[in-house]
Write a protein of this length. Structure first.
Length: 400
């Protein structure tokens, strides 16, 4: 009887193991494979630092034994910010590398190009690094969750600030990247200003392949705009700030969160040229003296110093990636031993009052079955020539 009982138990365990493997590709008793794509090369390669920061944190985790006894085999591939290349690399991750799920894919064009393929294969794409509003619609994108403030939320916060700060007839210049990334912010400004937008706004789009946006800045000055909002990446934000000052134009200048890096935008623009520039953030700035004794920032410095020596921590891309690693860790801990794709997606929509180290006080992650967005709050900050100064309260899209 005991012999048969033992055989039955072994058979049951075998079937359970096979079922688990079927629902959890990329998972073994000692490892989980996770993948993502980043623009390590190409026109926006500066933001590839995000992927490097994530890899540094994963290395740190693995040296501690991983999560739940499993090491994380994170496979980061270069898509050069090119949709065709992204498709190629995502197919490789899913079909050749056989990852469990995607995590931290960066870029609106790359995500848009691969979303249907991943949905057809029922592969979760967790914590994508794009704020395109479309991807926050869980009914349309049931396998996606996001890990940047939605462009419409962020854009509304900036538009309300501009509207409150300037006189009712002041002209507003909007320079945006000519893709879903830039257009998301543009739509937010149109929504806040309503019928006034056509009368007050001077708008120009640029392509990421353009070497310079100088002509747009000159045209904005000629239009006598009193505010400049730049919806782009750090390279073009830096060019805009520098050129504005070179021609003697000093509008209220606002840059979006993705380009709000000291190393990636402010220093190339010129720290003096950037005085007065405003952006939103949910992060502590690792270069700011106010956080010099903060244990979260101390840990960040120590881990980056060991696993990515020589990295310029003034580049907030590294910090974003580092924090993505912490979010991945939390996700895997919540999943426990059920690392099926179904449970990964379920737990990504089940963060409750999650506070990640290095985040500003008062900002939490709350996701649900009807909310795929990790970050929905920001605080405004202004560059003073040497550091960012926070001002005002923590804001969301409904804040006045």
């Amino acid at each position: 009887m005991l012999k048969w009982a033992g055989l039955a138990a072994a058979t049951s365990a075998l079937w359970a193991s096979l079922a688990f493997a079927e629902n959890a590709p990329g998972v073994t008793a000692t490892e989980i494979k996770v993948g993502g794509t980043f623009p390590f090369s190409g026109p926006v390669s500066s933001v590839g630092s995000t992927g490097k920061g994530l890899l540094a944190y994963v290395s740190y985790l693995n040296d501690k034994g991983g999560v739940g006894g499993r090491k994380i085999n994170y496979i980061a591939l270069d898509d050069a910010y090119s949709p065709p290349k992204a498709v190629e690399q995502i197919r490789r991750l899913v079909e050749s590398d056989e990852i469990a799920f995607l995590f931290s894919q960066l870029g609106t064009p790359s995500t848009a190009a691969t979303a249907k393929y991943l949905a057809a294969r029922k592969v979760p794409n967790i914590a994508i690094l794009t704020g395109a509003p479309a991807f926050t619609q869980f009914r349309d994108y049931p396998y996606i969750t996001t890990a940047l403030p939605s462009f419409d939320i962020e854009g509304r916060i900036y538009a309300k600030y501009v509207k409150k700060t300037l006189s009712p007839n002041a002209k507003i210049a909007v320079l945006y990247q000519n893709d879903d990334f830039g257009k998301g912010y543009l739509s937010a400004f149109k929504a806040v200003f309503g019928e006034e937008f056509a009368r007050r706004a001077v708008v120009a789009a640029y392509e990421v392949s353009e070497p310079t946006i100088e002509s747009h800045i000159i045209n904005f000055k000629s239009a006598q705009a009193e505010a400049l909002f730049i919806a782009g990446t750090g390279k073009f934000a830096a060019q805009s700030i520098r050129r504005s000052r070179e021609i003697g134009w000093k509008p209220l200048t606002i840059i979006n969160f993705p380009s709000g890096s000291t190393a990636g935008t402010i220093i190339p623009a010129g720290v003096d040229n950037a005085v007065g520039v405003v952006t939103g953030t949910f992060s502590k700035d690792p270069t700011d003296p106010k956080w010099s004794n903060d244990p979260d920032i101390a840990n960040y410095r120590a881990i980056m110093g060991k696993y990515l020596p020589g990295a310029d921590i003034a580049d907030t891309g590294y910090l974003i990636g580092y924090r993505q690693g912490m979010l991945l860790e939390q996700l895997l801990r919540q999943c426990g031993d059920d690392l099926s794709r179904e449970n990964v997606l379920k737990q990504a929509r089940n963060f409750r009052d999650l506070v990640l180290p290095t985040v500003l006080p008062g900002i939490k992650i709350n996701t649900s079955e009807t909310n795929s967005k990790a970050w929905t709050q920001l605080q405004l900050q202004r560059w003073n020539g040497s550091t960012w100064e926070l001002f005002g309260e923590v804001l969301d899209a409904d804040s006045e």
